[in-house]
Design a protein. Structure first.
Length: 296
């Protein structure tokens, strides 16, 4: 596995233990994934929420609502960070509290569109940014259809909020169906051109997204309370901190050694080390060396 430390970006090769399990069994997946932050967890349910860039107020509202409710239920939300439905889906997922992930049509160090700079950073800190393109690669129109196969591949379910008859979101659906994923579509006003693609999917047998609860029930998932979610996150954080702390000793260790010990991403390792520093348990020596201050 090649790592790019100076940008907190990892290059994860197919065949690596870190390569997503959902993608391993699919044809045509990238040989390498560049990741800033984390990858979606293999053991948690994941939904891709996609739709039109030029969406309606109805579509924006529903994208946020569905993503928020899915996230509150512990479902990981994946989208593409594009304007419109994608952005609202990420925002709703952030509100729900479960990590959200964006698959980009550029390098993971490039924020596109520019107006999503704040959202880009929030997604990075919450979950992660993913691309098959090398860092520094600028977005081109031809990159986006190909990245859609990764969005659907990482998901268990694909939900289309709004789509015209020839929407790019339907490319994601085509990939999802080839990959054997479940597809849902949101009904919209019968006279809205933005819902024609969704209505077409429904006619072809896609699941009806009548409500977030309906999808969760059909998925067999019960909605977590905020208290349940907070408790799980607290336990997971304590476990991660203990693992990072156990990888240190009274002699300085560099960041690379700690990452190799924990098998965490660079970003996650740095976040844990920062938390341990704030608790007075770890001291930073120089630029990227760390040492235990006390013994638990």
């Amino acid at each position: 596995m090649e790592e790019i430390y100076y940008l907190d970006i990892e290059c994860i090769e197919r065949g690596s233990e870190k390569y997503p399990r959902r993608l391993r069994q699919l044809r045509g997946m990238p040989k390498k994934l560049y990741v800033r932050g984390e990858l979606p967890r293999d053991d948690r349910p994941t939904i891709a929420i996609v739709g039109a860039r030029a969406c309606s107020a109805y579509g924006r509202r529903q994208a946020f609502l569905y993503a928020q409710e899915m996230s509150r239920a512990g479902v990981q939300v994946i989208s593409g960070l594009a304007a419109g439905i994608d952005g609202r889906a990420h925002s709703g997922a952030l509100e729900g509290g479960t990590p959200t992930f964006a698959v980009l049509g550029s390098g993971v160090d490039i924020c596109y569109p520019k107006q999503h700079d704040s959202l880009y950073r929030q997604v990075w800190q919450s979950g992660g940014l993913i691309s098959e393109k090398k860092p520094g690669t600028m977005p081109l129109g031809c990159y986006f259809p190909a990245r859609n196969r990764i969005i659907s591949g990482l998901a268990d379910v694909v939900l289309v909020i709004e789509a015209r008859e020839k929407s790019g979101s339907l490319i994601t659906v085509d990939f999802a169906m080839e990959q054997g994923k479940s597809v849902y579509a949101l009904p919209g006003p019968v006279d809205s051109s933005l819902s024609r693609g969704c209505h077409q999917l429904l006619e072809q047998g896609a699941g009806v997204a009548g409500s977030p609860q309906k999808i969760l029930e059909e998925w067999g998932i019960q909605r977590e309370t905020r208290e349940d979610s907070a408790k799980k996150n607290s336990v997971r954080l304590a476990r991660d901190l203990n693992l990072v702390y156990s990888g240190l000793d009274l002699q300085p260790k560099n960041l690379h050694e700690i990452v190799e010990y924990t098998h965490f991403s660079v970003t996650k390792t740095i976040n844990c080390l920062t938390e341990l520093e704030l608790e007075g348990l770890v001291e930073r020596i120089g630029h990227n060396f760390f040492v235990k201050k006390t013994i638990l």
